[in-house]
Design a protein around this ligand. Structure first.
Ligand SMILES: Cc1cc2nc3c(=O)[nH]c(=O)nc-3n(C[C@H](O)[C@H](O)[C@H](O)COP(=O)(O)O)c2cc1C
Length: 357
């Protein structure tokens, strides 16, 4: 293995840029601000009594939250993942690892993805891109998770990033059939996720038809991967700057896929417990965030990352009290009001339903 291969250099750049540069969407918002939970002025229980425990792939979660997929494949990435695993264990939440592509290329890197010694009981998810998965047999994708003791694997879709990344992968014929085979092999252990551009109702329905049972919307409004790639190469190609703002806002993506027979993870710009509460009211089972956890870790180490997650959980509990939802099932049924551009979007997409009484 060369001292730092191109793929490892990319991982190092991504971590540095995401820690230090302004990598989020500049104008596009998540549209969580267009979703209101209706205030319940006579709460019947306190924040500590809100029941927020859940489980995922057989692992208990103290709160419906997973630290989002970020990194892997370098010594620095392994240290970040170990720190995140300890943070997840302290908070009782899950951890999604970054792409295992470097480990496919250099098997000696596998050790850096194994975290069970520091976090034996937490939910851990592996990660691989669709393009890489297409080159593997379904059993080999399953083995990627097994080899590191992960409970499942996220298959990431990143068409926009690949399009604007120098040397990025091109869309391939046969992807749908291959996805179907993967879904059959992995069942519940497969999560199909975007990386910041969201998932539409049409795409989600197609994924469901292919046998996929869980999707992570990773919508627009948080980290913009087209922007990260543009920052990496010192600017966008002329005429292509607008694609830094491309994607379905996270709240719109959640509303789009509501009611399909899919388990949903909400992510992409999820920044507070109130965002998480709104996500659940829009049909998600669990929320996830990447950038703020990385930044908290960079700012103040594991303590700061734990504190950020504790703040998120406190916000979720407060939102549940003030919306009158004692548990997550009730939160999924609270009345909500949708206004502004999100309402326009849903009307034009023929997905608008009047607020629930
Ligand atoms: C430093 C960094 C690296 C990332 N690497 C991956 C990756 O390897 N695989 C993946 O599926 N998503 C990756 N993501 C995307 C996140 O999992 C997430 O979908 C996206 O950043 C939106 O969430 P956020 O706005 O909370 O950051 C990465 C995000 C960050 C910040």
């Amino acid at each position: 293995m060369p001292s730092e291969s191109p793929i490892q250099k990319r991982k190092t750049d991504h971590l540095a840029l995401c820690r230090e540069a302004d990598v989020e969407f500049q104008r596009r918002r998540t549209w969580f601000e267009c979703v209101d939970l209706v205030h319940a002025a006579l709460p019947a229980f306190s924040a500590e009594d809100a029941a927020i425990e859940t489980d995922f792939l057989g692992r208990p979660l103290a709160a419906p939250f997973i630290i989002g997929a970020m990194t892997g494949g370098t010594d620095e990435a392994a240290a970040v993942n170990r720190a995140l695993a300890r943070v997840a264990a302290r908070c009782g939440v899950g951890l999604a690892l970054g792409s295992q592509r470097p480990m496919l290329q250099f098997p000696s890197l596998e050790a850096g993805y194994r975290l069970r010694d520091v976090a034996p009981g937490i939910l851990i998810l592996g990660n691989i891109g669709l393009s890489q998965a297409l080159a593997l047999k379904p059993a080999e994708v399953a083995a990627l998770a097994d080899r590191i003791g992960a409970d499942g694997i996220c298959l990431h879709l990143n068409a926009a990033m690949e399009m604007f990344q120098t040397g990025g992968d091109r869309p391939r014929a046969g992807a749908q059939a291959a996805l179907g085979r993967l879904a059959r092999e992995l069942g519940d252990r497969l999560i199909v996720k975007e990386t910041g551009c969201g998932i539409s109702r049409e795409t989600a329905a197609l994924l469901a038809r292919l046998g996929v049972r869980t999707v992570d919307v990773a919508g627009a409004g948080g980290t913009s991967w087209v922007r990260v790639e543009n920052l990496r190469r010192g600017g966008a190609a002329p005429g292509l700057e607008a694609f830094e703002e491309w994607g379905i806002p996270t709240a719109a993506s959640l509303a789009e896929i509501r009611g399909l027979r899919l388990r949903v993870i909400a992510s992409g710009g999820l920044r507070s417990g109130l965002d998480l509460a709104k996500s659940i009211a829009l049909g998600a089972s669990i929320g996830s965030a990447a950038l703020p956890v990385l930044r908290a870790l960079a700012r103040g180490g594991e303590e700061a990352a734990v504190e950020w997650i504790h703040g998120l959980v406190a916000g979720l509990r407060s939102a549940m009290v003030l919306a009158g939802a004692r548990d997550l099932k009730s939160l999924r049924r609270v009345p909500l009001v949708i206004t502004g551009p999100l309402r326009d979007w849903l009307e034009q997409r023929c997905l608008w339903r009047p607020p629930r009484a």
